[in-house]
Design a protein around this ligand. Structure first.
Ligand code: NI
Ligand code: MN
Length: 225
């Protein structure tokens, strides 16, 4: 059973049977994060898009661990230019890695690096490891194709942005959860800064009202899925 640890904002550590992955590691500049990039041990760094609160400390972590960055072609190439190993992918494409299968999904959002370079399309990620599937939606608005993602995959756990303003808010994230048909939902992308300050417990209550299971995972807490 893979272990999922919430590192704050949209960052998660995923520890499987043979490999450890980190996704969207925004740590050093996140006042709510409890660990620094220098403490992370990971074999792969997955990045949904180039914004600073997602690309975060990816380069430092990849360098420290001789880890491979996996992202969209544009962002993977950018990371490679910063001196790290990368594996480029793109939306709709899946690949079998030593840790399991990763498929990139659409996300309705933008993608540029903190220095302002445009990075093409952002993504979401479907990670299947040790027979279990985790869907990380990235930063996105609600989209009807989530229904298709739910139909074609048995999602064990899904992390959805709920903070509004830049992504789905709570009501849209509850609708997304209805579409995805996952067994369990975790809120992300809330509370880190004023513009996305929503109460994640309202999300979990609204899910429960629709017969769906959600958990507010505090920063630093883990769940087996
Ligand atoms: Ni973003
Ligand atoms: Mn973001």
């Amino acid at each position: 059973m893979p272990k999922l640890t919430f590192l704050g904002h949209s960052a998660f550590l995923i520890e499987g049977h043979s490999n450890t992955l980190i996704i969207d590691p925004f740590l050093n500049d996140n006042p709510l994060a409890e660990i620094k990039a220098s403490e992370v041990k990971a074999d792969y760094v997955l990045v949904t898009h180039g914004h600073g609160d997602h690309l975060g400390d990816s380069i430092e972590i990849a360098k420290n661990n001789d880890a491979t960055v996996i992202s969209t072609y544009e962002l993977a190439s950018y990371c490679e230019r910063q001196g790290v190993k990368s594996h480029p992918m793109h939306i709709g494409g899946a690949h079998i890695f030593p840790f399991g299968r990763l498929k990139l999904t659409i996300a309705h959002h933008g993608s540029s690096t903190p220095d302002g370079a445009y990075m093409g399309e952002p993504s979401g990620m479907l990670i299947t490891m040790d027979g279990k599937t985790f869907y990380h939606a990235g930063d996105t608005g609600l989209f009807l194709d989530m229904k298709l993602i739910g139909e074609m995959n048995h999602i064990d756990i899904a992390a959805l942005p709920i903070g509004d303003n830049f992504t789905m808010g709570i009501d849209d994230a509850v609708k997304a959860a209805e579409f995805l048909n996952a067994k369990h939902y975790l809120p992300m992308h809330y509370g880190t800064f004023g513009l996305i300050d929503v109460d994640p417990h309202h999300f979990v209550e609204k899910l429960a009202g629709n017969g769906l299971k959600g958990t507010v995972l505090p920063v630093g807490y883990s769940i087996d899925f």
